[in-house]
Design a protein around this ligand. Sequence first.
Ligand code: KG4
Ligand code: ZN
Length: 353
Amino acid sequence: MTSADASMTPAGGALLAIETSCDDTSAAVMAADGRLLSSLVHSQDVIHEKYGGVVPEVASRAHVERATVVVREALAEAGVGIDDLGRVAVTVGPGLIGALLIGVHTAKAIAWAHRLPLTPVNHLHGHMAAVWLADPSAPFPMVTLVASGGHTMLVRADDRHTFRLLGQTLDDAAGEAFDKGARLLGLGYPGGKELDQLAERGDPRAFRFPVALKAPGNRDFSFSGVKTSLYYLLRDMSPEARAAHAVDVAASYRAAVVEALVSKLLAAASAERVLTVAVAGGVAANSLLRRRVRAEGEDAGFQAVIPPFGYCTDNAAMIASAAFTRPGLPFPDYLALDAWASLRLEDTGVRPV
Ligand code: KG4
Ligand code: ZN
């Protein structure tokens, strides 16, 4: 963070951030000067694996069991006592309502008990803020591709607070396309990472998969067609052929999903005449996406920012980064603060009460 940003932080004390919007229980501590002191993520993947998807009620219960432990560990790792905190921040949406509520109530309880201000954070702003956590000097304006299990959107950022939605998926999210593809291929859960690893060994030109909405200027995405064509391709193969071609199928499928993401990101960045292109969200962990955005983004004259893996998948460090330059609601004004499952990109999470 720059010294100008640090001056926007309330005087004194570290920032504790909490994120529980889906199936990861996360807490992070940021020093008053913007240095990240700790970031902990407790994944629930092993819990949801047997259901083949996140079960909201199960996720909420797991957050209840873990939230205070994860907060305690984040404080201990940062070497920060609860009395050293100057502010608390929490994701208030979008996400699973029960899961969000656990984080919001944990954050409220800590802030209220210690008379601290509380900053509500939009989860999507968090994903965007992973970019400036990774590279505080990346120049604005920028176009960021936010691609996760629940979202796929292109967002223009003119500064750390001014965002405009340029395009988004009309059906499945990119992460969902990877996870459903992985499931059809019989890989693990959630599967995006496993499909990526398998694809690294295959030939991306072996099979043809459709790339939707290719008309110039179209900034939206659609992944239901590519998923359906994978279903029919595998359905018409014998089990032996499926096993023999799995790496090539994975590589070709990944190439089609990534082609849509990269071509639309770069086209939007050119049309918007921005300086930086960035990727965020769990799908930004994809190896092909990372390679292509770095190489093709820089070739096209943009600065390309691709945060480290840990800042791409859901985490509280990005929530701390988003909260850092925003004022907190003063004690006790946030007692009526609620979670909001369908919070939109343009909302900050502060609703009139
Ligand atoms: O941001 P995130 O942790 O949670 C949501 O907000 O959804 O993103 C999780 C998504 C999952 O769909 C997961 O399969 C996908 O990110 N993902 C990947 C990779 N690693 C995680 N997708 C493609 N390639 C990867 N290497
Ligand atoms: Zn997310």
